[in-house]
Design a protein around this ligand. Structure first.
Ligand code: CO
Length: 184
């Protein structure tokens, strides 16, 4: 199983690389990795298991974060009752369209690969249309908004070598333009 020991941290060049597209059919090893990434997110959101295995809670984990530079990410966004709101392994995800309206989380963002708090608003597109493939190569197109849209943009950034703090205004971390709503 994946634990924090398997997750690489900022400074590792894999986190700054553009990951390679996955080709279908996926290998058994790639599918196994996908399931382990989702298992990590499930475990990390279970307080008992998180404590037992010393896991930081996460809502997304991208393959480059476990040092595998392929375009695949697990996303597990729970709703307010801890039921999965958006739970998918996204293979070769692409944003087809995005709103002009931007959104940022009031708490800022964190990342399993970043061991420090970096305050500031991270502007994201409030709504996106996302195309992705599942492990069997079936195409999906989803319209997402607000928190699930933000999580997916954070994860897709990992496939392009981008980290959340790259988006924070350096001079004034809590400065955003008039197109941006603050969520939460
Ligand atoms: Co991250």
């Amino acid at each position: 199983m994946i634990t924090m020991d398997n997750i690489i941290r900022e400074g590792n060049p894999t986190l700054r690389a553009r990951a390679k597209a996955v080709s279908f059919p996926m290998s058994a090893g790639q599918k196994q990795l996908a399931h382990e990434m989702m298992e990590f997110l499930e475990n990390s959101q279970n307080s008992e298991l998180a404590e037992k295995y010393k896991l930081r809670a996460g809502v997304g984990l991208a393959a480059p974060q476990v040092d595998v530079s392929i375009r695949m990410t697990a996303v597990l966004v729970p709703d307010e009752n801890d039921k999965p709101l958006f739970k998918h392994i996204l293979v070769n995800p692409t944003i087809l369209s995005e709103s002009v309206k931007m959104a940022a989380l009031s708490e800022g963002e964190g990342c399993l690969s970043v061991d420090r708090d970096i305050p500031g608003y991270v502007p994201r597109h409030d709504r996106i249309t996302l195309r992705w493939y599942d492990l069997d190569g079936n195409k999906h197109v989803d319209k997402l908004r607000d928190y699930p849209a933000i999580v997916c943009q954070h994860e897709i950034d990992h496939l392009n070598g981008v980290l959340f703090f790259d988006h924070i205004n350096k001079k004034n971390p809590f400065n955003v333009d008039e197109n941006t709503v603050i969520l939460g």
